[in-house]
Design a protein around this ligand. Structure first.
Ligand code: ZN
Length: 257
């Protein structure tokens, strides 16, 4: 049984840095080796759930600007899995959620930066899935719920985003987190721990500083999808917590055993 996971992909520099978080990711990947990874990435938005469907090696999309050259030289040569992609689409269809497939898109940095630290050998097949930030929170969760059988099949559902993600609030050179960001994450940890989905679905009204923390929900919704995809009876735990640039959150959750 594979748990589901929500992780912050933070700054693309994670691909080349050696810090507490990258060491955590490496350690987590060594202990948890799924048959395949289905990653919902904040950096791919589509109105219809879109699933990469290929058995080839992915291209690597360097969808960021202003970083050192060495970051643009990185390629993460994971393969796709058309059978896992078909399984994802079958489960979504069973749940009444339309989807479509994409045979050409590469892995964006929401996917490859994390995966390159979790599975540096690129030896685990990857299926990449889009998000739609316009759906209500309950609709995000519902997408995850459709995919619950994947964990039992040894497939890891990974939500890649960030809980607190406000690029206008980054404070360069500041390592201490801002109180408002900490308060938002504290609320999330409490509500997720209680499995209080009613509050979580109303996070934008009920959570402290929600508008500051989540000015636009594309980085937040992978959390709701990952939570929905896990066995509801198996609980949740914080696997990592940290901040960079004052408010960029590295809070991560494991859902399930
Ligand atoms: Zn991002």
């Amino acid at each position: 049984m594979m748990p589901s996971l929500f992780l912050s992909h933070g700054s693309p520099m994670l691909a080349v840095e050696d810090n507490e978080y990258t060491r955590f990711l490496g350690e987590y990947g060594r202990r948890n080796r799924p048959r395949a990874v289905v990653v919902f990435t904040a950096h791919w938005e589509e109105p219809v759930v879109t699933v990469t469907c290929t058995d080839s090696v992915y291209g690597t999309i360097h969808d960021f600007g202003g970083f050192p050259d060495k970051l643009y030289a990185i390629h993460y040569p994971a393969r796709g899995s058309s059978t896992t992609a078909a399984e994802v689409r079958r489960l979504l269809k069973e749940g009444g959620i339309p989807s479509r497939e994409d045979e050409t898109r590469g892995l964006d940095h929401g996917s490859w930066v994390l995966l390159s630290r979790l599975y540096p050998q690129a030896d685990i097949p990857v299926v990449q899935v889009s998000v739609n930030p316009a759906l209500p929170a309950s609709g995000q969760f519902r997408i995850g719920e459709c995919l619950r059988p994947l964990g039992r099949e040894g497939v890891l559902v990974l939500g890649s985003g960030a809980t607190v993600h406000n690029l206008f609030r980054l404070r360069f050179g500041q390592s201490e987190p801002e109180a408002w960001a900490v308060a938002f994450d504290d609320w999330l940890i409490e509500k997720i721990g209680m499995r209080d989905t009613a509050s979580l679905f109303a996070y934008n009204r009920e959570a402290p500083n929600a508008r500051l923390a989540v000015p636009r929900p594309e980085h937040f919704v992978p959390l709701l999808i990952a939570m929905g995809s896990a066995d509801p009876g198996a609980g949740a735990k914080v696997v990592y917590r940290g901040y960079d640039l004052g408010s960029l959150s590295y809070l991560g959750f494991q859902f399930g055993p």
